[in-house]
Each structure stands twice: as C-alpha cells, then as structure tokens.
Design a protein around this ligand. Structure first.
Ligand code: DAH
Length: 357
C-alpha cells in the first residue's frame, strides 16, 4: 500500500496537464485501477484483516482523490495565468487608421463639390460619355469648321464603312449635359453635371481621361452677379477658408456671351498652396452667360430665360486642395499612392461636419 501511495502521489505531483491527470485517476482509483482492485480483494480476507486493511485502503483512495483535485486546481491556475500573460490588450493604444480600401481623391472632390452645390439648390444631371457630335459641338455653338474642334484633341469613334454621318466622340467636356438637361427639364433650372471627359493629351497636368463639373443656372433674371456670388461661395466652402478673392478675366467660349475665366488668389510657399492670400493667381474654371443659340438648342426661349454656366476641372481642384503634384499618378492604380492620398470610406463630406477631415 505504501508503494502504491508513493508511486501515485509522486506521479500526480508531476502530471503536466489534465489528460495526464485523468490517465492517473483511471489507473489508480478507476473501476479497474490498482487501488480499486485491492479493495475487491477485501472480500477474500478474514474479518480481522479486513478491519485492518479496509480503512487504510479507503484512506489511500481519499488521499489520491484529493491529490488529483489539488493538482487539477494548480494546473487550471497556471493555464489561466498563461492566458492572461499572452492575451493582453493595451486599450490606451490609438486606433488603426489603415482601412482595406480608400476613396480616390477624384471621388472625394466630386462628393465635396456636389455637396456644396446641392446646398445652393443645384441638382445633379448626367449625360453619356460617348456623345453625338451635335451635343458635344453644334448645340454648344461650335459649328463644324470652328477651331475649338481641333483645339480640343477630340477622340472620334469609328463609323461602319459607308456610313457618312458625323462620328460620335468621347465627350471633350461636360458642357453637352447642359443641352440634355435643358431639353429634359426646361427652365427654370439649376444643375451641376460632374463626370469623365476625354482629350488626346498626356503630360504632368493632362491625362486622356479627366473629370469636370459643369454648372448651369437659368431663370428670368439671373445675371453675372449671381455667377460671381455662387463661385465665390463655392471656393470658400471648397478650400475651407473664411475668404477668397476671385479674378474674372474676360475670355471667349463659343457657348457663353460674355465669357470669363476665373482665377483664384493664392500663394505657393515651399510647395504648399494657400488660398485667399499671396500674389499668385491660379486659373480654376471657365464660365459666362449662356449664349442665346445654346438656349435655343436646349429648346429654351432666350427672350424669356437667361442664366450662367461654368465648367471646372475636378482633377485640378483635387491637385490644388490636396497638394498632389502629378495628374498622371491619379490613374496609375498604384496602391501606395492610393493609401497616401485616399480618403476613409465612411467619412462622407458634409458642410456641417467638415468636407475633408
Ligand atoms: N467646356 C469648357 C472646357 O471644357 C469649360 C467651360 C467654360 C464650361 C465656360 C462652361 C462655360 O459651362 O460657361 O474648357
């Protein structure tokens, strides 16, 4: 009995885990365990022997059971300590800012522009990217021989052989959406039309596909003053500054009369753009009062309605606001670039919450 006792108590003390303990339990006090088998032998003993041996065996069984329980508790404590040691979390660490995907600066700026003009009562209008020659040019007072057609480096679609109609084009600007919106909605009207446009051009500030947003506001008495206010209000909100200074420079577009190109007062210091101060002027858009012929092409009577239109380069705005030097990188799909310049997907720009946090 002393041998059994010594053997099992030592083995229990050494048991490394719960399954080793269970193994020992079965071998010692399980149904066919050594101590249990000894107890069965009690039957064959004389009553005197039994009185002697019985209590000792029972005591041994109890001793082994409590040693098992004690060892089990020690192992459970150790396991918990180990978990506490490895599964800790420092709740004072800052949260991760890296997300799986990010919003492209062009999408971000489009959202910002849309938000600002929506606040001024402009709805969003759309048109096709493959556009007819008439919508892209003629309806905008750009007749067939007008030099603008070649200046714009137009991409022409192919026509079937023998088909002599003018080919469709990849729209060279968002201005044709003005015509489509006028035809569809009539006047009064206030729309903006953001979207892709195409020209055969490629350098640091030109890519064959880029983005513009067109604006159109028609009513009975809309004037150049309304245009100025809208654009100033837009620039203030977009560049998130208290005041901006715009310079309206007389210009020429076939679809507006008078026409103005608009420059923004700014300064460049150490590659950093500051809006509203400094001695530099940055051209940001074209605009003017919609030409009567353009109104007529949109089925609107120029004796009753008048208004302004403008066209802004979205990619240019993104480069300015977010300090991005090369336009070509916008469309390279380089993940490192997207991670650096991209925006978190859930930070939807609002005027109240801030456009670009
Ligand atoms: N469509 C012109 C361009 O792509 C931009 C433009 C100028 C749009 C004057 C207008 C405007 O609506 O009034 O260069």
């Amino acid at each position: 009995m002393d041998d059994l006792r010594g053997k099992y108590l030592a083995a229990i003390a050494d048991a490394a885990d719960e399954s080793a303990l269970e193994d020992l339990r079965l071998r010692a006090v399980g149904k066919k365990g050594e101590v249990s088998l000894k107890m069965r032998e009690l039957g064959k003993m004389t009553p005197e022997e039994r009185q002697q041996v019985g209590p000792k065996l029972n005591a041994l069984k109890d001793e082994i059971n409590s040693a098992l329980a004690a060892r089990k508790a020690v192992l459970a404590d150790a396991a918990l300590d180990e978990r506490l040691r490895t599964e800790w979390l420092d709740v004072t660490l800052p949260s991760r800012t890296r997300r799986q995907g990010s919003v492209h600066p062009v999408s971000q700026v489009t959202e910002e522009v849309t938000t600002i003009f929506a606040d001024m009562g402009f709805a969003v209008a759309e048109g096709p990217q493959v556009e007819s020659d008439w919508y892209n040019f003629d309806a905008l007072n750009i007749p067939a021989e007008h030099p603008t057609r070649t200046e714009m480096d137009t991409f022409y679609m192919a026509r079937a052989e023998g088909d002599d109609r003018p080919p469709h084009v990849l729209r060279t600007h968002t201005s044709p959406v003005q015509i489509r919106a006028m035809q569809a909605q009539g006047a009064p009207i206030r729309v903006i039309a953001p979207g892709r446009v195409y020209r055969a051009d490629y350098d640091q500030t030109h890519t064959p596909m880029f983005h513009q947003v067109e604006g159109l506001a028609l009513d009975r008495d809309i004037s150049m003053a309304n245009l100025k206010w809208c654009l100033e209000e837009f620039c203030r909100a977009f560049f998130e500054v208290d005041s901006v200074e715009l310079r309206f420079r007389a210009s020429h577009f076939p679809f507006t009369e008078p026409s103005a190109e608009v420059d923004l007062r700014c300064s460049w210091q150490g590659g950093q753009l500051k809006v509203g101060e400094g001695d530099d002027w940055m051209e940001i858009l074209g605009s003017g009062m919609v030409h009567p012929r353009v109104l007529r092409a949109g089925n609107i009577d120029p004796d009753e309605w008048q208004g302004f239109a403008f066209g802004i380069g979205i990619d240019r705005l993104a480069m300015l606001k977010y300090g991005i030097p090369d336009l070509r990188a916008f469309f390279d799909s380089d993940l490192r670039w997207l991670r650096h310049y991209g925006f978190a997907a859930l930070d939807v720009p609002t005027l109240a919450g801030g456009l670009s946090r």
